[in-house]
Ligand binder design. Structure first.
Ligand code: ZN
Ligand code: ZN
Ligand code: ZN
Length: 169
């Protein structure tokens, strides 16, 4: 099940926390709420700026503690290669392998289900005697919209923003 409506996501997070008997404090909930407003990934510092709108006294540790909690509960994923965080849309599967498609031009992060990949990783781990606990697949490239912009060569008569430069990796 994939939830995209922020209210539904927050309600589900509250329900899951009750079931697990962990505390979704107002601060943690606010950080999660802010994350549901993001179209893609967001860095901890950008999140702090947003959090300060409602909680002016918030400090970096405030955000990091909230993020750690949300990571632990599987409500968000860390995008290691972009040093940012993204909302997970599969709350009810706390230990799933996530495949994150990261656009190097606009920063959009799309999470995809990983049927097949999960089994492959588990098999590879098993074969090498490795105890697999958690894995994240991060794939870099261009999202659909950015692909169109990159392929556009009529820079004078289009409405694209050609000033954004794609990060080379
Ligand atoms: Zn996920
Ligand atoms: Zn993009
Ligand atoms: Zn263009």
């Amino acid at each position: 099940m994939t939830l995209t409506n922020p209210d539904q996501l927050l309600a589900q997070a509250e329900k899951i926390c009750l079931q697990r008997n962990v505390r979704l404090t107002p601060q943690r909930l606010e950080v999660l709420r802010l994350m549901t407003q993001q179209p893609g990934a967001i860095s901890a510092y950008d999140l702090l700026d947003l959090l300060r709108v409602r909680e002016p006294q918030a400090k970096p540790p405030t955000v990091y503690r909230a993020l750690d909690f949300l990571l632990e509960q599987g409500f968000i994923h860390r995008v290691e290669s972009a040093n940012s965080y993204v909302l997970c849309h599969h709350f009810e599967e706390p230990s799933h392998t996530s495949a994150l498609f990261i656009c190097d031009r606009c920063g959009l992060v799309t999470e995809k289900t990983t049927d097949g990949i999960e089994e492959r990783l588990a098999k590879l781990a098993l074969d090498s005697g490795f105890e697999l606990r958690h894995s994240v697949v991060e794939a870099h490239g261009l999202c659909g919209e950015c692909k169109v912009v990159e392929q556009c060569d009529s820079h004078e008569d289009c409405e694209h923003d050609h000033t954004i430069v794609t990060k080379k990796r």
